[in-house]
Design a protein around this ligand. Structure first.
Ligand code: HEC
Length: 174
């Protein structure tokens, strides 16, 4: 083999080895589906429900009959609607609650959660355009979604003794 031929061969082999090690390094960085599933919220879905979802939804309902007065009120409402939208996404990820994984594994659960985020998106638009009627309409949609999911999924006894100020189910008058 001539010298420049073997040099060429050496370079090819070197490039191949380099590319292969880059590929291996990359697959190590990208989480496998199993690892991705292991990602969990640092709290239970019940806590997200009480402290974020319930907390942000309540003022949206109140707004429909107490007509926000100032720009500041509307801006606050917009932030809360965003929190609710985010809450809908968060509850598709299991947290530390005992049955969280069971819930998030059900397609109906994800549908309710997505519907919640979408309705919250409409509340954001209503707040941005300072439209009380639209806020009212988005609020009605939101309460229907809370209620339907609670009827389908909420256990009679809360899993973690967490009570919100209000928990929309027809039968629930604690
Ligand atoms: C995707 C389903 C789902 C949606 C949507 C949902 N919830 Fe919940 N919620 C639950 C489940 C399940 C529990 C019970 C959690 C537990 O016991 O660990 C719960 C618990 C609660 C609690 C805790 C207090 C209690 O009575 O146990 C409050 C408050 C609450 N939800 C409010 C709301 C509000 C307000 C909305 C709508 C803005 C809403 N939820 C939307 C599933 C849902």
């Amino acid at each position: 083999m001539k010298q420049d031929q073997s040099w060429w061969l050496f370079r090819r082999v070197r490039t191949t080895v380099l590319l292969a090690s880059i590929a291996i390094a990359l697959t190590r960085c990208i989480p496998s589906p199993d690892e991705a599933e292991e990602f969990r919220l640092p709290m239970s879905i019940n806590e997200v429900m009480a402290s974020l979802i319930n907390h942000s939804a309540d003022p949206i309902w109140v707004a429909a009959w107490r007509n926000p007065q100032s720009d500041r009120d509307w801006r606050e409402l917009e932030h809360l609607a965003r929190q609710l939208q985010l809450g809908g996404s968060l509850i598709t990820i299991p947290g530390s609650g005992p049955v969280d994984t069971m819930w998030t594994g059900r397609s109906e659960w994800t549908e309710y959660a997505n519907a919640l985020s979408e309705a919250a998106g409409r509340a954001i638009n209503a707040a941005r355009s300072k439209d009380t009627e639209l806020i009212g309409r988005a609020g009605d949609e939101i309460v229907d979604i809370c209620e339907s999911c609670h009827i389908d999924f909420k256990p009679d006894l809360p899993t973690m003794n967490i009570y919100g100020e209000l928990s929309p189910t027809a039968s629930d008058n604690r």
